[in-house]
Structure formats: structure tokens, C-alpha cells
Design a protein around this ligand. Structure first.
Ligand SMILES: C[S@@+](CC[C@H](N)C(=O)[O-])C[C@H]1O[C@@H](n2cnc3c(N)ncnc32)[C@H](O)[C@@H]1O
Length: 363
């Protein structure tokens, strides 16, 4: 690896590491140490061979952290497990790298092929909270534009759903800090979405999902041990709240299965959107996928959506609801056709919690 390539890679690791500093000291320390090791031409360089020219958007640092986490979860790195809370450990940051280093040397080939062979598949159930609020707003505004008294039922189409853990926004309990519980108070998946402000919609109206469908280029089967292991490996290892949320969301997904079709987003959407659905609001939703999608695929996706938007009618409306990074924060954006509504609904952490509702026009 040339010095320039190594320097770029080390910078990518440090960029991710900065983002984890406050909420995941373990991941922060791991990636900072790995970046230093890259600078020094250490074992991390051999680990990243074959991935060194990957686009920044593929987040090589997160793939490195996930591969190591996976080894720990599989019981293949007992000396390191003591740092990982998900398997009963307590992080000891001062000695983390000295315990990581022998694992990298011992499992070099396996780690390298894991890092090369994976894309980031953080399927974060916390993103269900902005989705829930966004759907309530969308269903209400589309109804208002159509002159209807009641919000539309929703057909939810998720692109890049990974294991499909965000396909049950109506089955989650959202425990607000004032004690109110929105959604399903009896749900096994209940969490505080840490909202500042509220969605500008009638929160007493139920969210009615007419039907749900999803696709991913690499769908994850959450009913399999391998699928669960894969998704678990992408949770930052010292974030026990996310760890517990993931487990509860997987249990809910097993009880309420929704298939995630293997397909690229644009092809799949073209098929799904071909037939308008009367009396239903069709919502195309995606969260934290855009950086992984190629420029060609993005252009195709936009064209498919534009064609469907042109066919939308007041009784068969279409919405685009996205939760994606923009300039250092994650924003929830909504467009509605034919109503011509275009809104920035709010923004927050990349994991969907905490979140601030702050509705403004989006141009
Ligand atoms: C970081 S994960 C986010 C998963 C989920 N949307 C969430 O927010 O929890 C990104 C997902 O996008 C998928 N993906 C990337 N490019 C895609 C494409 N062109 N079409 C469909 N899925 C894609 C990946 O396989 C991965 O599962």
C-alpha cells in the first residue's frame, strides 16, 4: 500500500472515530488506535488489503470494527471479550489495543476477508421513531390535500431494509419523557425516542399500515443465527441500549415477518410503483443507504420516482420519506405528490435517537 493510500485510509478511520467519541468510547479508541497502526505500517494495513481503495461512503473503519466484533461474538477472541459488554465484558480503554493486536495477527486472513466481503448493514431500530412521526405527518397532509377527514392508510415501501427491523413502526411503543406512550404501549419493543418537540400531526390518530414491502441488495435473514450475528456485529460494542433494542426488534420481526426481497432499489421500486394504489398513500422510505448507492443507481432511482410522482393523484398519492446524513447531521425529509408538499421535518442522531422535530420548508 502506498503512503498516500495509507494516509487516506487512516484519515477515514479517524473521521469515523470522531463520530463515536462521545457515545462509544470503545469504538473511538479502537479506530483511533487502528489509524495510528495504519500510519505506522502495522498489522491493520494487512487487514485492509483489498479494501484500501474503497469509497469513503463504504465506511471501511466501521467494517473493520464490525469484523472484530463478530469474532468476539463467535467466541474466537476470548482475551478480547473482556472488553465487550455484549458478552459480559467491561471496556478497559488503556489496554484495549494491546489486547486487539494479537487477535489481528492470529485471525488476519479471516478478518481481511470479512472486511472485504461485507458492506455496512447497521439495521438500527431507533430509526423507527422518526419514521413513525414522519408517517403520521405524511398520512395527515396527504389526506388534507385530498379533502379527506381521516389520514390515509399507508403502503410502506422500504429500500435498503437490511434485516427489515424498521418495518413495524405501528407495533413499537414510544415512551415520551412526559410519560405518554405513542404507538403500541403493549409492544415488546418499547423505548424513549428522546424527542425535542413533536411531529406536527394528530398523535392520537392511529398509524394504519395497509401493507409493507422491502428490498435490499443483501437482505439479512433475522430468523437465522448468522443473520442475527451479522446485524449484532454492526452495533457499537459498548452501546448496551442499542444492543437490547436490536434484540427486542429481532424478536418482534420473528413474530411479525415481512419479507425483504433481494433486489436493487431502482429495479424493485419500478416494479412496485408501476400500479397506483387507490385510497392508499404509498410511502417510499429509506434510511442511511444513500452513501452506499452508486451514482448510476441513484440517477435510476430518481427517474423511477419522478415517473411515479407524475402518475400520483389526490386519491392515490405518493410520498418520499428519507432519513439520511446531510452536512454532519441526519435529517428527516418529506415530499408529497401531487400535493406539492416538501418539508424538512427534523433532525437528530444517525441512530434516530435523540431527535428534534422542527418542521420547515425543504427546497
Ligand atoms: C447502513 S444499512 C441501513 C439499513 C436500514 N435502512 C436502517 O436504517 O436500519 C444500508 C443498507 O442499504 C443496502 N443497500 C445499499 N445499496 C443498495 C441498493 N442500491 N439497493 C438496495 N439496498 C441497498 C445495504 O445492503 C444495507 O443493508
Amino acid at each position: 500500500m502506498s503512503a498516500t493510500v495509507l494516509a487516506v485510509l487512516a484519515k477515514l478511520f479517524r473521521d469515523v472515530s470522531r463520530g463515536c467519541r462521545v457515545h462509544s468510547p470503545l469504538t473511538h479508541t479502537l479506530l483511533t488506535s487502528a489509524a495510528d497502526d495504519l500510519d505506522a505500517g502495522g498489522v491493520t494495513q494487512r487487514m485492509m488489503a483489498g479494501s484500501e481503495l474503497d469509497r469513503a461512503g463504504t465506511v471501511p473503519g466501521l467494517r473493520f470494527a464490525a469484523a472484530l466484533h463478530r469474532l468476539v461474538l463467535e467466541g474466537k477472541a476470548p482475551a478480547l471479550a473482556g472488553h465487550y459488554p455484549g458478552v459480559g465484558g467491561t471496556p478497559r480503554l488503556a489496554t484495549l489495543w494491546s489486547d486487539v493486536h494479537p487477535v489481528l495477527c492470529e485471525h488476519e486472513d479471516e478478518l481481511r476477508s470479512l472486511i472485504r466481503g461485507t458492506t455496512v448493514q447497521t439495521n438500527e431500530p431507533g430509526r423507527t421513531a422518526p419514521l413513525y412521526g414522519g408517517l403520521l405527518v405524511a398520512a395527515e397532509r396527504a389526506a388534507r390535500a385530498a379533502g379527506r377527514a381521516q389520514p390515509f392508510p399507508v403502503r410502506l415501501l422500504e429500500v435498503g431494509a437490511s434485516g427489515g427491523l424498521n418495518l413495524r413502526p405501528h407495533l413499537v411503543g414510544y415512551q415520551l419523557s412526559n410519560g405518554t406512550v405513542l404507538g403500541d404501549p403493549g409492544s415488546p419493543l418499547r423505548f424513549d425516542p428522546e424527542w425535542t418537540g413533536l411531529p406536527a400531526a394528530d398523535l392520537t390518530a392511529p398509524l394504519v399500515l395497509h401493507d409493507r414491502a422491502a428490498c435490499d441488495v443483501r437482505p439479512v435473514d433475522v430468523t437465522s443465527e448468522q443473520g442475527r450475528l451479522h446485524l449484532s456485529s454492526f452495533v457499537w460494542a459498548d452501546q448496551l441500549d442499542r444492543w437490547n433494542r436490536l434484540r427486542a426488534a429481532i424478536d418482534l420481526a420473528v413474530r411479525d415477518p415481512v419479507p425483504v426481497e433481494r433486489a436493487t432499489g431502482a429495479d424493485w421500486l419500478a416494479r412496485r410503483l408501476a400500479q397506483p394504489r387507490p385510497e392508499v398513500l404509498t410511502v417510499v422510505w429509506h434510511s442511511v443507504i444513500w452513501q452506499y448507492v452508486s451514482a448510476v443507481e441513484r440517477a435510476r432511482g430518481r427517474a423511477v420516482l419522478a415517473a411515479a410522482a407524475a402518475r400520483a393523484t389526490a386519491d392515490s398519492p405518493l410520498a418520499l420519506l428519507v432519513f439520511e446524513p446531510r452536512g454532519g447531521r441526519f435529517d428527516l425529509l418529506l415530499r408529497l405528490w401531487p400535493a406539492g408538499v416538501s418539508l424538512h421535518l427534523g433532525g437528530g442522531s444517525g441512530h434516530g435517537i435523540p431527535f428534534t422535530w422542527d418542521e420547515q420548508p425543504w427546497s
